[in-house]
Design a protein around this ligand. Structure first.
Ligand SMILES: Nc1ncnc2c1ncn2[C@@H]1O[C@H](COP(=O)(O)OP(=O)(O)OP(=O)(O)O)[C@@H](O)[C@H]1O
Ligand SMILES: [Mg+2]
Length: 320
């Protein structure tokens, strides 16, 4: 299908959604982040359901875009929550990332990318058909490489590619880990969160060994943190002690905040719903941490971003 429009800044192909792109939230006074030298492809992973992967993808993507970074979100989950949460109507979509994975000769990634209602932010929409990808691709050669190959064709158009993954460690998550330059683990500060973490770390290690030696764990995003409870703090401390994750847990934790759920019901990033709530503060601050990782490796030894109004506002959600 012929592309309907081109992104002004990136030149990447994107079809308009019929809405006028929004600009950054002015009251937050977000400074433009320094663009990474090569695009960063970040898979947000955890096979545990409901731990905040999609919420993190939507809100980090929106914040980075508002910081003038060119961002692409790839929705690899058949629930399509990232697609819908960024204001895309599924019935307006003609081609999806599933078409690219199933038939890469007929569909390139550039064919399926659409503009979001937000400036600098594009989406490769998900589809319910992704739930069948595993069985439909079962006998296909190169099935773990499909996403990696597709991203290669468009990566120069973006500073950040964020991949939302499903709650499983199947073929779609392996495609995401194989395509990514880094993985950010989303982890709820809940006692059950540690169950299965070793399996995720083992899967990442296997992908590093067999498919993608460049892959690194660049961060752990702690979500739904309740600063009033001892257990929340204990879980974060325990994760910080896991050898592979030492020094990688982001300083900013995402506190529990009902505004995040309200915003997702309205299908918008929280910063466009309530720019004063703790959900906005936390996601702005963690996005700044992630953007600052672009300057040098290893990610977790990065200096903090320069002081600003936002940093002052968010000092209470940083781990001590
Ligand atoms: N910090 C938070 N505070 C309160 N609610 C939150 C927070 N983060 C996420 N939620 C809510 O928790 C639910 C699950 O979040 P989300 O959909 O992001 O998880 P997920 O890991 O993507 O789930 P799945 O594995 O099903 O894809 C959603 O209703 C979301 O609005
Ligand atoms: Mg999700």
């Amino acid at each position: 299908m012929a592309p309907a429009s081109k992104s002004k800044r990136s030149g990447a192909v994107a079809k308009p959604t019929g809405r006028k792109p929004k600009t950054a939230v002015r009251s937050l006074r977000l400074k433009p982040a320094e663009a990474p030298k090569t695009s960063r492809i970040i898979a947000i992973c955890n096979q545990k359901g409901g731990c905040g992967k999609t919420t993190s993808v939507i809100n980090i993507a929106a914040t980075l875009a508002a910081m003038n970074q060119r961002v692409l979100v790839i929705d690899l989950d058949s629930q399509c929550n990232a697609t819908q949460g960024l204001g895309i109507e599924l019935n307006e979509i003609e081609e999806t990332i599933c078409d690219v994975l199933l038939d890469p000769k007929a569909h390139s990634l550039a064919d399926v990318i659409v503009e979001s209602p937000y400036a600098n932010l594009h989406i490769a929409p998900g589809s319910i058909e992704l739930s069948e990808y595993e069985s439909r691709a079962a006998n296909e050669i190169g099935r773990e490489n499909r996403l990696k190959k597709a991203i290669l064709q468009i990566r120069e158009h973006y500073d950040f590619v964020l991949i939302d993954t499903p709650p499983s460690l199947g073929l779609l998550s392996v495609n995401a880990l194989n395509a990514a330059s880094e993985v950010q683990i989303a982890m709820q500060s809940h006692p059950f969160a540690l169950d299965g973490l070793h399996l995720l770390l083992e899967t990442i290690e296997l992908v590093q060994e067999e498919l993608n030696p460049e892959l690194k764990i660049s961060g752990v995003i702690v979500t739904m943190f309740d600063p009033r409870t001892k257990i929340s703090r204990e879980i974060v401390d325990e994760v910080c002690q896991i050898a592979t994750l030492k020094g990688r847990v982001h300083k900013t934790v995402i506190r529990q905040n009902v505004k995040l759920t309200e915003a997702s019901r309205l299908r918008k990033p929280v910063m466009y719903y309530d720019d004063q709530c703790s959900g906005t503060e936390d996601y702005v601050q963690i996005s700044r941490e992630i953007a600052a990782q672009s300057k040098a490796a290893p990610a977790h030894t990065k200096a903090q971003p320069p002081a600003s109004k936002i940093k002052k506002q968010t000092s209470k959600n940083a781990r001590t």
